[in-house]
Design a protein around this ligand. Structure first.
Ligand code: NAD
Length: 488
């Protein structure tokens, strides 16, 4: 096992001067490079080539060729499933490298990276392989007046997958899994901030015998991403990122009438009901609201607390925030690591300063004094504000929570729904049924009852400015397929 790990590391490292296009480690069109920096130490992690338009063109051509001519789109579901399961096996061998590579780039605590970035993509691949096994290309249907038809499903074509830096491997696999299961080919564009981890995934795909051109990787900046989205050789765009970028992607896809799924930002509500047991609630809420140092789209970052217990909830959250272990993301005991970049740290601190004008800062409020290196922000709690404050309305994407008081359950629902976003959320109560009924009324794509745990078997995605379409679950496959009715 150790030896295999060393070998795969060496392979991925020697590949770092190339992209993966058409089943080959392909030479970049230019000598432009991205420099990667360790979020905790600010030391260099090395550099990788930066994809430009010409590289994207080659990747789309390879994906196009594989889709149109390689026979991949015509393989049976079980044949694709066998390749996907081998891919998952190869990924499992590389899991020990993937988790620390992600953590060093974006500051994700290693305990979370091992669970998500190293573990979840494997689970996803196997899940989608299972769906591919059971795929039926054609289904016979009879209408209410007896007309016979065949409904035929075919893969949609070449998919452009664009992902951010916060969960790079997991989010890439949320595109790769359903696309492969459906018989599509892909061009994946990792974010410049996390341009190291995909080498392990690409190497696993190659080793597993994923046919040439089925998945192509080219990291690039926004301009390279925009070129990919607008490329005439692309049939569908699967985008995860900010709402601002999502709107631009949607405009381009709208003009081209190109199918697009958009997984965007959030500002979700964590509703603490008046009967909640805070000893049980606070640890769960910590995970749901501060996951990945708060760099999570689905985090419950607006905590709604009953006015009758407001001070008690604020104090409990402030104690929790002060007690978190902030530091080296490679340390298993670390709960909060650094922000992914200096620029992002400054953006989060800008919101903290804004918050000090709008609310009362009861915990944190700056950079941790004991850490002189790394892009850290203290876990920060703001109280005594209402839902109209900027820090209550805009996505901060850092370890910053606001605690907003409400009068009764109706008021809690009103405040929860008074948001431009609708992605995640959570309800906390000693009474499961009461919490469940509240959860039913929150306008959002997903919500947890006394916890928030994403499930691969259930659709995940947003409403309002949090996006269009869903990922995970069997429902996702339809977004990677075309349907044709043949009337008999
Ligand atoms: P971002 O929008 O700046 O970038 C995301 C990706 O899109 C990057 O790869 C970037 O290079 C690319 N990109 C940016 N502009 C583009 C354009 N016009 N055309 C094509 N590609 C473009 O976001 P980020 O800062 O990398 O990530 C954080 C954001 O992602 C947050 O808003 C977060 O909520 C969101 N996010 C959403 C989900 C979800 O599932 N809903 C998951 C994770 C992150």
């Amino acid at each position: 096992m150790a030896q295999a790990s060393e070998q795969v590391t060496a392979g991925a490292q020697s590949a770092r001067d190339f992209f993966y296009i058409g089943g080959e480690w392909a030479k970049p069109a230019t000598d432009k490079r991205f420099n990667l920096v360790n979020a905790a130490t600010e030391e260099g992690l090395g550099s990788v080539p930066e994809g430009v338009e010409a590289d994207m063109d080659r990747a789309v051509a390879a994906a196009r060729h594989a889709f149109d001519h390689s026979g991949w789109a015509q393989t049976s579901g079980p044949e694709r499933a066998a390749i996907m399961n081998r891919f998952a096996d190869e990924l499992e061998k590389r899991a020990p490298q993937i988790a620390p590579t992600v953590s060093s780039q974006n500051g994700m605590p290693i305990s979370l990276a091992s669970q998500f970035e190293a573990g979840f993509p494997i689970l996803m691949l196997r899940y989608y392989a299972g769906l591919a096994e059971g795929l039926q290309d054609e289904e016979e249907r009879t209408s209410p007046i007896g007309q016979q038809a065949i409904v035929r499903r075919t893969p949609i074509g070449v998919v452009a997958g664009i992902v951010p830096w916060n969960f790079p491997a997991t989010l890439a696999m949320s595109k790769i899994g359903p696309a492969m299961a459906a018989g599509c080919t892909l061009v994946l564009k990792p974010s410049p901030g996390t341009a190291l981890d995909w080498y392990f995934v690409a190497e696993a795909a190659e080793e597993a015998g994923v046919p040439p051109g089925v998945i192509n990787w080219v990291p690039g900046d926004r301009a390279a991403g925009a070129h990919l989205v607008a490329h005439p050789g692309v049939d569908k765009v699967a985008f995860t990122g900010s709402t601002a970028a999502g709107r631009k992607v949607a405009q381009v896809c709208g003009e081209a009438l190109r199918p697009v799924t958009l997984e965007l930002g959030g500002k979700s509500a964590g509703i603490v009901l008046d009967d909640a047991d805070l000893d049980a609630t606070i640890p769960g809420l910590q995970f749901a609201s501060l996951l990945n140092n708060g760099q999570a789209c689905l985090a419950s970052t607006r905590i709604l607390a009953p006015r009758s217990r407001y001070d008690e909830v604020v104090d409990a959250l402030a104690d929790m925030a002060r007690g978190l272990s902030v530091g080296d993301p490679m340390d298993e005991s670390t709960q909060v690591g650094p922000m992914a970049s200096a620029e992002h740290r400054d953006r989060v601190l800008g919101y903290v300063e804004k918050g000090k004008q709008e609310a009362r800062c009861v915990a944190g409020g700056g950079r941790p004094g004991k850490l002189d290196k790394g892009w850290f922000v203290e876990p920060t709690i703001f109280a005594n504000l209402d839902n109209n404050a900027t820090i209550a309305r805009e996505e901060i994407f850092g370890p910053v929570l606001v605690v907003i008081p409400y009068d009764d359950d109706e008021d809690a629902i009103r405040i929860a729904n008074d948001s431009e976003y609708g992605l995640g959320g959570s309800v906390w109560s000693a009474d499961h049924d009461r919490a469940l009924n509240m959860a039913r009324r929150v306008e959002t794509g997903s919500i947890g009852v006394n916890g928030y745990n994403i499930s691969i078997g259930s659709p995940f995605g947003g409403i309002k400015s949090s996006g269009i379409g869903r990922e995970f679950s069997q429902e996702t496959l339809a977004g990677f397929q075309q349907m044709k009715s043949i009337y008999l």
